[in-house]
Design a protein around this ligand. Structure first.
Ligand SMILES: NC(=O)c1ccc[n+]([C@@H]2O[C@H](COP(=O)([O-])OP(=O)(O)OC[C@H]3O[C@@H](n4cnc5c(N)ncnc54)[C@H](OP(=O)(O)O)[C@@H]3O)[C@@H](O)[C@H]2O)c1
Length: 285
């Protein structure tokens, strides 16, 4: 081959499809990786400790990335490096990593509260911006950005204000991007899971002092709901359907009551009645 001679991309290169999944060490992210791998994607999956990604060790089409969203500059560097290795842009970018904090707003340490909003919204937004740069630089421009928000964006969870703010902000960001990306080849999906049986409640920071009976009841209710929730594979199936459909929009996923009936009722009943129903549902006061 002479220098300067162009080389036609191989069939493998033409068919190479790449995806980023943050928070791939288990739960929903783990199920998303399995779904994408089964669909033939090469996946860059993240955890704060890469040892936690050993399920896929030995899989040449899985790349373990260390990512801590509490470190914005480090997170941007990790994403940039992965995106470069993926050829300059991912086909699918799933911003899934996140965690909750269960504590009353007035008692929360302000720095910890702001850090959680930073993890869920601000650093995630930084990575989404980088993903969009990659999508828009392609000819023709294309790519799919998925923000894993939560039904908490529309039905705030009790004693989880930093989480509610982070997820509502992420859904608002998704809506902004759907508008900005109209008419381009870029798809934006605001994926809102209801309760799923994952380690979410085990890894969440819970206030050491749940001072009142109603607070303890709320925590027990939340644990009970997660223990009886669907398996993460269901969320992966719903996301797979949305990816194949290829349209921007909100996708709710979960048990029938949470993901279908509650959003419908919320459109029909007055806000005060809805708030009272939620207090009853969560078993609080
Ligand atoms: N389970 C539910 O009922 C539910 C409902 C609605 C929305 N969601 C959302 O779904 C997403 C996945 O949660 P899950 O239920 O699958 O919980 P999970 O099993 O606890 O998984 C959370 C993932 O996020 C990663 N993560 C947590 N904090 C991080 C940080 N500061 N920086 C980077 N990565 C971090 C964890 O990685 P390492 O700990 O290994 O670093 C883990 O891979 C979250 O955004 C959550 O808010 C969950």
């Amino acid at each position: 081959m002479r220098s300067g001679e162009s080389v036609a991309p191989s069939e493998r290169e033409l068919r190479r499809r790449t995806a980023w999944v943050s928070g791939a060490s288990g739960g929903l992210g783990g199920a998303f990786v399995a779904m994408l791998r089964a669909d033939g994607f090469e996946v860059w999956g993240t955890a704060r400790e890469v040892d936690r990604l050993e399920t896929w060790s030995g899989d040449r089409r899985f790349h373990a990335v260390r990512l801590d969203l509490a470190d914005p500059a480090g997170a941007e560097a990790a994403f940039t490096e992965a995106q470069r290795a993926a050829g300059g842009a991912f086909d699918v970018c799933i911003q899934n990593a996140g965690a909750g904090e269960f504590i009353g707003f007035a008692n929360a340490d302000p720095a910890a509260w702001e850090r959680n909003v930073g993890v869920l919204l601000l650093t995630t937004a930084r990575l989404s911006r980088l993903a969009l740069h990659g999508f828009h630089a392609r000819r023709p421009e294309r790519g799919t950005l998925v923000h894993v928000s939560s039904l908490a964006a529309e039905f705030p969870l009790p004693l989880m204000s930093s989480y509610n703010v982070g997820k509502a902000g992420l859904s608002a960001l998704s809506e902004s991007l759907m508008f900005e990306c109209r008419g381009t080849g870029v798809t934006v999906i605001d994926f809102r899971p209801g309760d799923y049986r994952t380690a979410f409640n085990k890894t969440m920071h819970v206030s050491a002092t749940l001072d009142h009976d109603w607070q303890r009841r709320l925590w027990q209710g939340l644990e009970h709901n997660l223990e009886h929730a669907p398996e993460p594979e269901r969320a992966a199936r719903d996301l797979g359907v949305a990816l194949r459909r290829g349209r921007s929009g909100v996708v709710r996923s979960g048990a029938f009551f949470q993901a279908r009936l509650a959003p419908l009722l919320a459109r029909l009943v007055p806000q005060r009645l809805l708030r009272a129903s939620l207090a009853w549902y969560f078993g609080g006061r």
